[in-house]
Design a protein around this ligand. Sequence first.
Ligand code: TYD
Length: 218
Amino acid sequence: MASIKSSTNSFPPEVLPRFIVFEGLDGAGTTTQSRRLADRIRSAGHAAVLTAEPTPGPIGQHIRAVLSGKERATDVTMAYLFAADRSEHLDDPEHGIRAELARSRYVVCDRYLFSSLAYQGSLCGFELVQMLNAPFALPEHLVFLDLPSETGLERIKSRSLSEIYETAGFQDTVYHAYRQALQQYADCNMQIHRVDGSRDPETIAEEIWSRLAITPIL
Ligand code: TYD
């Protein structure tokens, strides 16, 4: 894997304070934990926006149609679509992540560019995906919910396995790609929290809360 430092002019990328991202394999619990964290931040007296990628916007909807098999797109096209969806998500002047942060809110996001590095990087080459995502700012905190791919797949068995990425072999590849991608960011100002995602949701939420050390407003 090429070093990220060689292909971007502005490494390390900008880090956005109060922006928190959850990442992990399918079934790792990113949706559950991002919801819990946003609620907890609000209970501590701060404003928090909960958001996710793919977004509900037009590009995100098209991505979901491909993920479910209703539409088709090449792996490279998907890398472009995720990056385009992210660009809108970050910079929409009204509801974008930057706009929400500028209102002094916390933004908690279920998946971000590290999903692209891990999933699309595994499918169409890390360098292309890294290049497409190089312009995007990083979160202050990245929470990686770490669990073996078999455990993730076991958890999502009860849901329909319609999504094109939810196969055992592919999830295993993505797991290794995540670990490599996170290593590339070890020297940034972004704080990376690798959390054991195989435990019960309450225990995981407590660990995340204590790691982020967000001061409550009294
Ligand atoms: P997710 O919303 O976590 O799944 P669901 O809500 O259906 O449980 O993510 C949808 C899928 O999209 C998931 O398999 C990860 C994948 N994905 C990428 O491949 N690249 C990306 O950049 C993002 C944000 C998600």
